[in-house]
Design a protein around this ligand. Structure first.
Ligand code: PCA
Length: 322
């Protein structure tokens, strides 16, 4: 434990094995080191270590190397690991409040996404707390757009295709688009395309660049349908066991991570869209017809979402639309 060891640990540190008193924490993350959220996770861990004089040493296990992504929420909840990073949308079946993150056309620019997050945050914190977890920070992804192997003018061009899904909401979206949802994790995207497991996906320019989308598809239609987020959560008991200084070090580093994420993602969105084009992908604006069709699906999904948890969802929507 870390309690009240600071002065002694620092003094003895020079003489004995140094980090002997340090508390070791493990932080699984879903995505690889090339991703902005993972880079921020590494910086977060480093800042906590520095601020606690090495007493709290967080190891980031990126790319789902320690815990598979769908299992990270449970690993943090049960205290198998002390903290972890999760794509909020994958918790959509745990409680509908997490679905605020993957609703098409509810928030499609970063200012709105931030506003939506502020509206959803109290509800999300409440649910996480019930699950034994405390929210530390979020990192947004660039807006989610459509990747295909042929141009798309209307939804009819997608009919019957196998569409990648990465959350309960995106499975539902694929259904409503008359495509077949297929769950594929990020590292498996290139192989899933080349073996015909999926024909299309909706994700960020960053994930397209990360997986070298130009190797297996040709068109990017910039529908900018929603702006999802990763959340970093800590096991409540593990956090409480820390002394006040260490807790504060975590909260301070988390606040910096949150600010860095919202700023960094804007730059990433522009850069990565350019990289797709530079590598030969046809980047185009969606047709008015495609947008109208997709927005209609978005409206349906908002209605369905409201019905799932009228009280919480209305609270989020009212706060957001204020
Ligand atoms: N990339 C991740 C989550 C959202 C994104 O842009 C993915 O495709 O799974």
């Amino acid at each position: 434990m870390i309690k009240k060891l600071t002065a002694t640990a620092l003094l003895i540190g020079g003489l004995t094995a140094g980090a002997a008193q340090a508390e070791k924490w493990h932080m699984p993350t879903p995505y690889g080191d090339a991703n902005l959220p993972t880079q921020i996770a590494h910086e977060f861990a480093k800042e906590v270590k520095e601020a606690t004089g090495g007493e709290l040493d967080i190891t980031v296990h990126s790319g789902a190397s320690l815990v598979k992504h769908p299992e990270i929420p449970r690993a943090v909840k049960t205290g198998q690991v002390q903290l972890g990073e999760i794509f909020i949308g994958i918790m959509g079946n745990t409680h509908p409040v997490f679905k605020h993150d993957n609703i098409p056309f509810l928030a499609t620019n970063f200012d709105d996404a931030k506003k939506l997050w502020e509206a959803a945050k109290p509800q999300v914190e409440k649910q996480l707390d019930r699950e034994g977890m405390t929210l530390l920070y979020t990192v947004a992804w660039p807006a989610q757009s459509l990747y295909t192997k042929a141009p798309v003018n209307t939804l009819a061009d997608l009919q019957g295709l196998k569409m990648r899904a990465y959350s309960p909401s995106t499975s539902r979206l694929a259904d409503l688009m008359n495509t077949t949802p297929t769950t594929v994790q990020v590292p498996e995207i290139p192989q899933a395309f080349s073996t015909g497991i999926i024909d299309a996906m909706i994700t960020s320019p960053s994930t397209g660049v990360n997986g070298q989308a130009w190797d297996y598809l040709s068109h990017y239609t910039d529908v900018k349908a929603w702006i999802p987020k990763n959340v970093v959560v800590v096991n409540k008991r593990a956090f409480r066991r820390l002394d006040k200084d260490a807790q504060q070090a975590i909260l301070d580093a988390a606040a910096r991570a949150e600010a860095k994420g919202w700023e960094g993602v804007r730059k990433k969105a522009a850069e990565d869209t350019q990289t797709l084009a530079d590598n030969g992908i046809v980047v185009s604006e969606p047709s008015a017809e495609l947008m109208a069709e997709m927005q209609k699906i978005g409206d349906t999904m908002i209605e369905e979402w409201k019905q799932e948890a009228p009280e919480e969802v209305s609270a989020i929507l009212e706060q957001y639309q204020q």
